[in-house]
Design a protein around this ligand. Sequence first.
Ligand SMILES: NC(=O)c1ccc[n+]([C@@H]2O[C@H](COP(=O)([O-])OP(=O)(O)OC[C@H]3O[C@@H](n4cnc5c(N)ncnc54)[C@H](OP(=O)(O)O)[C@@H]3O)[C@@H](O)[C@H]2O)c1
Length: 253
Amino acid sequence: MHAVLVTGASAGIGEEFARQLAAEGQHLVLVARRLDRLEALASELKARHNIEVACIASDLAVAGAAQALVSELDTRGITLGGLINNAGFGDRGGFQALSLQRQLDMIQVNVTALVDLTWRLLPGLKSRPNSFVINVASTAAFQAGPNMAVYYASKAFVLSFSEALHEELKGEGVAVSALCPGATDSEFASEANMTNTLLFKAGTMTPQAVVSKALAGRRKAIVIPGWKNLITVWLGKVSPRAVTRKLAGLLQR
Ligand SMILES: NC(=O)c1ccc[n+]([C@@H]2O[C@H](COP(=O)([O-])OP(=O)(O)OC[C@H]3O[C@@H](n4cnc5c(N)ncnc54)[C@H](OP(=O)(O)O)[C@@H]3O)[C@@H](O)[C@H]2O)c1
């Protein structure tokens, strides 16, 4: 099977990637911890579209998970034309107050597994025409985030890494894009203890809108979906860093 792999496909933005890619007629590999959710989604998508869908349970917070995932693809004879590194999570609170293990897991999922998967899967992607990698960063990538220090730093890494690869790989057939959504309606806010923050109260985008922009812009270096998010990023660029980091902190109170 020749497919697009989506990590974090059991909910939110990843689930929507699976839905929109299925509508394009792409075969899929869905990855997350909650296999029951992946299998329910796979059944639904196979019934609606003429596609094959493979589900792989993987906890990307576990060291070595990316390597195991890639061997599983080899065992099943799956090749990829697209990789969507979407799995990720945040946690709101002071750096010292939050659990160290949860913050290290965050780095493992948001950063290490993303780099690991990209490195291992890139040779196969390069050998296929018009292949793509979408790495899900965030508008959080553009400034420091007091009370979510590790999450913001992880997304700054994803943006910088993806932009660099976008340039490095020009002319090699594979496009690398960083998707930078702002507050989006998914399980993210409750998982990150952010439901009552100003950021989420100010309004969210739907995963549908975020993903359709991401897929339309899959060959662009950076995709920032939604005019509110574009303005926020632009304001951040023209303001002193001391101001943007304070504002980011306020939005997360
Ligand atoms: N929603 C927002 O406001 C927002 C804004 C900017 C960026 N983002 C980014 O968008 C991406 C998707 O988030 P979302 O909003 O769709 O959140 P979500 O609804 O909470 O979905 C997160 C997905 O990641 C998976 N995941 C989490 N930890 C994992 C682990 N250890 N191993 C494997 N999979 C794991 C979850 O699956 P399981 O629990 O089944 O493992 C789930 O499918 C994340 O990278 C997030 O940082 C979100």
